[in-house]
Design a protein around this ligand. Structure first.
Ligand code: CMP
Length: 223
C-alpha cells in the first residue's frame, strides 16, 4: 500500500526552484524504466524514445541526489542562522553618567561583552524629544521626572550590534533599579537610583527598530 502511494504522481507543485525531490526523482526513474522496457518489449527492440525515457529516469535520480544534498545544505544554513542572529539595539548613556564622565567606562563594558558600537553621537535632547521617546510611559507617575532628567544634560545615543544584542545589552545593563542589579553590571556599578540609572536599552526587536530610527538614519549605522 505504501509502495502504491509512493508511486502515485505527486499532488503538490514542484519545488519553486525547479528541483526534484528525492521521492519525485526515484518515481521518475522507476516510471522511466517501466515505460522504456514496456515499449521495447512490445516492439521487440528499443527505439530512441525508449532510451530517452530511460535517460530521463536516470537524470531524475541524479537531480534527486543533488536536491537532497542541496536541501541538507539549506537546512544547515537555516540552523546556523537561527543560532547566530545578529541584532541591533538602541542604547542611551543617560545624563547622570555623561555628567560623571563615564561614557568610556560604560562603552568598555559593552565591548567586553562582544557588543560593537556601530553608531554613536552625543546630543542634548529637548523636553519634547524626550517626551516623544518615552511616550509609552506617559501615564506613569514618574513620566515628568524621567523626561525632565533626560533633557537636563547631554546624553550619548548609540547603536549596539552583536549576536542576540538586545538581550545581551539588558544583561550588561542589569536591572532597572540598581538595588536589584547583579554584580558587574553597569547599573550596579554606576547607577545612582532607579531614575538616574545611567543607561537605557531597547527591550524587544520591534522597539529596537523604532528607537534606532528615532535617532539615526541608515547611513549613520556603520557595521
Ligand atoms: P529606562 O530603561 O530608560 O526605561 C524607562 C525608565 O523609567 C527606566 O529606565 C527608569 O530610569 C525610569 N523609571 C522606572 N521606574 C521609575 C521610578 N519609579 N521612578 C523614576 N524613574 C523610573
Amino acid at each position: 500500500m505504501r509502495l502504491f502511494a509512493w508511486l502515485a504522481p505527486g499532488a503538490g507543485p514542484p519545488d519553486p526552484r525547479g528541483y526534484f525531490s528525492q521521492q519525485e526523482a526515484g518515481r521518475g526513474a522507476l516510471w522511466g524504466a517501466f515505460w522504456g522496457a514496456g515499449r521495447g518489449c512490445r516492439k521487440g527492440g528499443f527505439s530512441r524514445r525508449d532510451f530517452k525515457a530511460g535517460f530521463q529516469g536516470g537524470a531524475g535520480v541524479v537531480a534527486g541526489a543533488g536536491n537532497y544534498r542541496c536541501g541538507q545544505g539549506l537546512a544547515a544554513e537555516r540552523i546556523k542562522a537561527r543560532h547566530m542572529a545578529i541584532e541591533r539595539t538602541l542604547s542611551i548613556i543617560k545624563p547622570d553618567a555623561t555628567r560623571r564622565n563615564l561614557t568610556g567606562k560604560i562603552n568598555a563594558k559593552f565591548e567586553e561583552a562582544g557588543l560593537r558600537i556601530v553608531a554613536q553621537k552625543r546630543i542634548f535632547l529637548s523636553l519634547a524629544q524626550a517626551q516623544k521617546f518615552y511616550e509609552v510611559h506617559k501615564d506613569r507617575p514618574f513620566f515628568g521626572e524621567l523626561t525632565e532628567f533626560m533633557a537636563s544634560e547631554p546624553v550619548v545615543v548609540q547603536v549596539l550590534e552583536g549576536e542576540g544584542a538586545i538581550a545581551k545589552n539588558r544583561e550588561v545593563m542589569g536591572a532597572t533599579n540598581p538595588a536589584n542589579a547583579d554584580d558587574g553590571t553597569i547599573r550596579k556599578e554606576f547607577a545612582l537610583s532607579v531614575g538616574e540609572n545611567s543607561v537605557h536599552g531597547s527591550d524587544a526587536p520591534e522597539t529596537a527598530a523604532e528607537e534606532i530610527a528615532y535617532f539615526f538614519s541608515g547611513l549613520e549605522l556603520v557595521g
